[in-house]
Design a protein around this ligand. Structure first.
Ligand SMILES: Nc1nc2c(ncn2[C@@H]2O[C@H](COP(=O)(O)OP(=O)(O)OP(=O)(O)O)[C@@H](O)[C@H]2O)c(=O)[nH]1
Ligand SMILES: [Mg+2]
Length: 316
């Protein structure tokens, strides 16, 4: 399959072409294929509501996504799912099996799902996730759902990847809620207490509402919803809130600007760094500089200036 037919396939929403394109951009280095695909599909992006789902392990994110995507699909929306999981220490062996079963069930209904296993160097979301979301968006998705496994850096980073962050918590997490709350409370646009069939659900809802009330002042009023993902209770409210959220986003033409700036900066940063690394490849410049630093013949700022200076002098 060449790039021409992959791009055409993406334009037509063809699952095989989308898969091929994702495999090409999935590597962590930006090569000519990545550049060509993204530059040719970029004008088709921006129409999907990109929704991130995050929360502690086992809270019911995948169950929720399965049900929500089915309901969106039945209402006539085109849905794609991207699961970012890496090798989660929490999920053990049953995890992959579950995911494969879920993928099969969804794809039989025409819902595209893909997992991205590799993480970025910093432990966060791998760079390619941004390109994968663009491909799914360009392929005509009305909604792209991104699931991150509920631990650490990747969950906070999802904020920079999506339009709407749904934070899923649950009853009876007690101290665990307190622990995850620290960073996660700041990134949520919608909060869900899943498993409302369990004891303590209403306390959890109240607890989250109280915490949110302490930092008011945002234009978007953050809702807290209770769900039972096994029987679908509360899902109509979730659909309603997602519609309101999309209206809110569509009403603000500058909504995505902050993220665009962030992505551009990241690309410039990575490109410069890899240029530096390429131009010093095999020359031991970094290790020479390190020894200059450790025996104090230079200092970190001067050393960095010298390295950057070489790139500028080389120019092009
Ligand atoms: N009682 C109850 N159980 C639920 C509910 N939603 C999900 N579960 C169960 O919770 C367990 C974990 O669900 P998952 O959807 O795999 O959770 P997850 O958050 O995706 O888990 P990780 O991806 O491993 O972080 C499963 O056994 C589900 O059947 C709910 O609303 N009520
Ligand atoms: Mg899951």
């Amino acid at each position: 399959m060449n790039i021409d037919s992959i791009v055409k396939g993406i334009e037509n929403g063809d699952h095989l072409s989308i898969s091929r394109a994702i495999s090409l951009v999935e590597t962590n280095c930006v090569n000519d294929n990545v550049r060509e695909i993204i530059s040719r599909i970029y004008h088709l992006t921006g129409n999907a509501h990109v929704i991130g789902i995050t929360g502690p392990p086992g809270i019911g994110k995948s169950t929720l996504i399965g049900r929500l995507s089915g309901m969106l699909h039945d209402s006539g929306k085109k849905v794609s799912i991207l699961a970012i999981d890496a090798s989660s220490p929490f999920s053990g062996g049953s995890f992959l099996g579950n995911r494969i079963r879920m993928q099969e069930a969804l794809s039989s209904r025409g819902i595209f799902m893909r997992s991205l296993a590799n993480r970025g160097i910093s432990g966060g979301i791998s760079r390619s996730a941004w390109d994968v979301v663009k491909i799914l968006d360009a392929a005509g998705s009305d909604v792209v759902i991104v699931e991150t496994v509920g631990a650490g850096q990747a969950d906070l980073e999802v904020r920079n990847l999506v339009d709407t962050v749904i934070v899923v918590l649950g009853p009876g997490l007690g101290d665990e809620i307190q622990a995850v709350k620290a960073g996660i409370m700041e990134i949520g646009d919608i909060f869900i207490v899943n498993k409302i069939d369990r004891e303590g659900a209403f306390l959890a809802i109240k607890d989250i509402e109280d915490t949110l009330a302490m930092s008011p002042g945002k234009k978007w009023h953050i809702p807290v919803l209770g769900l039972n993902s096994l029987n679908g209770e509360g899902y109509q409210d979730l659909l309603k809130v997602l519609d309101q959220r999309w209206d809110y986003i569509s009403g603000d033409p500058g909504f995505k600007d902050g993220r665009l700036l962030m992505e551009l900066r990241a690309i410039v940063q990575n490109t410069l760094l890899s240029r530096v690394e390429e131009s010093f490849a095999g020359k031991n410049a970094f290790s020479r500089t390190i020894s200059g630093l450790s025996d104090k013949t230079t200092d970190p700022y001067s050393a960095a200036d010298r390295i950057i200076g070489k790139i500028y002098l080389k120019g092009d």
